[in-house]
Design a protein around this ligand. Structure first.
Ligand code: 3PG
Length: 317
């Protein structure tokens, strides 16, 4: 999620850089761990609607406990806050479940290669739905992003249409989440950590009935038994790990958003994907053809070019 914070003048710029560096390193590390456990769980228990729900439920519970025990100060919210949070939560829910459905069908690396195309969606939505125009170099930078993603998709050995579409829907939903959160966060006194906590809770309320309708307790019970007998009791720890790490990485990303601009955030997010792609290929022994890796590299390079062009132009900041 991107929010309209602008990097302000801090008395100690060096200390701030160290702090942001630590946030980024923590965010990426937590995200790598989440992606690994999430995929381990999905391999044994292919019910992405339930695992998505559990991630949100676990985060909500962790934050309710933190508020009750005053580890974290509960936010002061009003009806207006929850109303403006609703579209953010709808988009967050769709983006989250779509990415998880994608990862249940294809390699983690493939989902993240397609998700590295998120900036292209951002420009296209802003251009065609919001009527914003951008300088020509911004549009040109989309060519390697879209071309690289397309090359990676057509050469993917385990291509699956649901996996591909899930990642694409997630991109679209997260662009809307970012646009809505920009509006929702303006002038609000809720910290990044508490903003994400409220977002988790509202998303959980939205997702639960859909998860029951799409999958449901009968499928879950049978699948759970099968996974337990295949993996053993450690399967429960995998589920706990994917849920806890999902919350933690998102919480840290929202905490870093308190300090940085949306653009810095999106550069950090793309660099995060490189660590996820590389580590998941190693851990899951994902077969990759050279031309497939080339597509991914072009797409990621395109995102960096896009960041540079947008930065120089001052758009989106
Ligand atoms: C999810 O499940 O929400 C996705 O894995 C999140 O993707 P992200 O890398 O954009 O946070």
């Amino acid at each position: 999620a991107q929010r309209p914070e602008v990097e302000g003048a801090d008395p100690s710029e060096a200390a701030k850089k160290v702090k942001i560096g630590l946030y980024f390193a923590t965010w990426w590390a937590l995200n790598v761990v989440f992606n690994i456990y999430n995929k381990k769980v999905l391999n044994a228990f292919p019910y992405p609607w339930l695992t998505s729900t559990l991630s949100l439920a676990c985060g909500s519970l962790m934050m309710l406990i933190s508020w009750a025990t005053r580890i974290a100060e509960p936010p002061k919210t009003d009806l207006e806050f929850w109303k403006t949070l609703l579209p953010v939560a709808v988009a967050h829910t769709i983006g989250h479940v779509a990415a998880t459905v994608s990862m249940s069908k294809v390699a983690v690396s493939f989902t993240h290669i397609i998700k590295s195309g998120e900036p292209a969606f951002s420009v296209l939505v802003s251009r065609f739905l919001l009527g914003e125009t951008f300088p020509v170099p911004v549009y040109l930078s989309l060519i390697p992003i879209i071309g690289g993603c397309a090359l990676a998709a057509v050469t993917e050995l385990n291509f699956n249409m649901i996996g591909f579409m899930g990642a694409m829907i997630s991109n679209l939903a997260f662009v809307f989440r970012n646009i809505f959160s920009k509006k929702g966060m303006k002038g609000k006194a809720v910290s990044g950590m508490n903003y994400y906590a409220c977002l988790s809770m509202l998303s959980l309320v939205i997702l639960t009935p859909f998860a029951i309708a799409v999958e449901g307790p009968q499928m879950w019970a049978a699948g759970w038994q099968a996974a337990l007998s295949q993996i053993g009791p450690q399967f429960i720890w995998w589920v706990a790990a994917q849920s806890i790490f999902y919350h933690l990485y998102n919480q840290v990303s929202y905490m870093s958003l308190d300090e940085i601009s949306p653009l810095t955030f999106s550069i950090g997010n793309t660099m995060k994907r490189i660590s996820v792609i590389v580590s998941s290929i190693i851990i899951f022994h994902t077969p990759v053809q050279p031309v497939n890796a080339l597509g991914a590299a072009i797409a990621i390079l395109g995102t960096f070019l896009y960041s540079q062009v947008v930065y120089l132009d001052g758009s989106f900041s």
